[in-house]
Design a protein around this ligand. Structure first.
Ligand code: SAJ
Length: 434
């Protein structure tokens, strides 16, 4: 039997050894989900702290259902820190970071290192599936690197494909099993094997075979689309701010049109993906043959929003308060109801306030870091200290508690319009535009 048919058979029988490389925000839920679907799963992370914590059952990410899934399936996953311990695997799923550097260029080092190590240890006849978001052409490049380093032949000794992860932080486990999966190999046989693998885990009708380049581009197109759309809402907010009208009222009325659906303007766009994926799409044509304009402009306007909120705070400070007042920031994650603070606009706002010499107090029940500010023990504690309160991430628990608090003497700044009904119960309420 050829290596191809051997692996295909094992995949279809769910008897292939699967190794998820990188047990972070995506890798851990993925590994647990595979285990829950009856696959033989190994989990590899070179960070020993992560593996030690997982071995003790400690789950850091706050994702609905994750702790319960871990209670049932974490013990079924073979957790390892070294590539040599997982050389028996036949399917490798790479869930590694692909961040951007300070020049907005993609960093593929983590993927390259992993592929190099795999090529040194893995036995012939394996499928490598990259789930990390990457610029168009990267999967082909990684496949070549893998073949070169290991002296291996594509379609004979290994198969290589891309299947971008598209789950929404905060709803990872809800979406993992139901989202449509794109899967594109660097060869037809790679696409076939990767499609068979994903169809053995997910609903086969939700698995869409294509090429590696198209799968890469589609994923980037989705996130750049969302970023550009939020940027439009934010640009509108900036215009409304200058002319002194409420952007939320403008959007509410504009959205009555059957073909208009303007998103929510606010404190800015954070998270691991949206602030970088537009740049990864731009990077795909960095040879200079075409210079994208809309995507970089959207990035710029979204990145400017924490500074805009900061300017509004400074303005009220000048107008109605004395400059040295304490500013409280509630909710530090990049969006409501999660603990993830990566690229959070609230954290950028805190930095701007601290740099300007303002005393900042923060509170977030889901985040145990202070980002250089003073940390309040509770929301009440923060309200006792601060007259100006900014709602960064409007967690449901924060909003509920604010509704029950006495805010008569408070200046509340609500960039994302999460609690507009509080107006009339506060000393001053400020949105993103008026
Ligand atoms: N945001 C706004 N206004 C809006 C919507 C969002 O300001 O109307 C902000 C949020 O507050 C947050 C940021 O945008 O700071 C991103 O939040 P999000 O919920 O739009 O997206 P993410 O980053 O949590 O997840 C995105 C998703 N992509 C799309 O919706 C197209 C998800 O499906 C992807 O899997 C994920 O990126 C990823 O990992 O790539």
């Amino acid at each position: 039997m050829s290596r191809y048919s051997d692996l295909l058979k094992k995949i279809n029988q769910k008897s292939a050894n699967v190794c998820v490389v990188g047990l972070g925000y995506i890798g851990l839920p993925t590994a647990l989900y595979y285990a829950s679907r009856g696959l033989i799963v190994h989990g590899l992370d070179t960070n020993e702290v992560i593996i030690d914590e997982l071995r003790e059952g400690i789950i850091r990410a706050r994702e609905r259902g994750l702790v319960e899934l871990a209670e049932n399936y974490l013990s079924k996953i073979n957790l390892e820190t070294s590539y040599s311990e997982v050389e028996s695997a036949e399917v490798y799923v790479l869930c590694l970071p692909s961040p951007i550097d300070k020049n907005k260029r993609v960093v593929t080092r983590y993927l390259e290192d992993s592929v190099t190590k795999l090529s040194e240890t893995l036995r012939k006849g394996a499928l490598i599936l990259v789930e990390s978001t990457v610029p168009v052409g990267t999967t082909e490049r990684l496949a070549e690197l893998f073949g070169e380093k290991g002296g291996l032949k594509l379609d004979k000794d290994y198969w290589f494909a891309h299947s971008p992860e598209r789950v929404l932080p905060g709803k990872v486990l809800d979406e993992l099993g139901t989202n449509h999966r794109l899967v594109g190999g660097v060869s037809e046989r790679s696409t076939e094997l990767a499609t068979a693998f994903l169809s053995s885990v997910f609903e086969p009708n939700n698995v869409h075979p294509t090429t590696a380049r198209i799968a890469e581009a589609a994923k980037l197109a989705e996130n750049a689309y969302r970023d550009v759309n939020v940027a439009y809402a934010n640009e509108l907010a900036r215009i409304c701010s200058v002319v002194g009208i409420d952007v939320n009222e403008v959007i509410k009325l504009a959205n009555l049109h059957p073909r208009v659906k303007i998103l929510q303007p606010g404190i800015g766009v954070g998270g691991y993906c949206l602030p970088k994926d537009g740049w990864l799409l731009v990077e795909s044509v960095r040879d200079g043959s075409f210079e994208p304009r809309v995507i970089p402009a959207a990035r710029e306007i979204n990145d400017s929003m924490p500074a805009h909120v900061f300017d509004r705070i400074r303005q009220i400070n000048h107008e109605i308060l004395s400059l040295k007042r304490v500013v409280g920031v509630l909710g530090l994650s990049f969006k409501p109801n999660i603990s993830d603070t990566r690229n959070s606009p609230s954290v950028e706002l805190i930095r701007l306030l601290i740099d300007a010499g303002i005393d900042v107090v923060v509170y977030d029940p889901y985040v145990d870091r202070d980002f250089g500010a003073r940390r309040a023990e509770s929301l009440d504690d923060l309200l006792n200290i601060c007259e100006v309160v900014v709602i960064g991430a409007g967690h449901d628990v924060i909003i509920e508690q604010l509704r029950e608090s006495d805010l008569d003497e408070k200046v509340v700044i609500d960039p994302n319009n999460v609690i507009p009904d509080i107006q009339g119960r506060v000393k001053l309420y400020l949105g993103i535009s008026n």
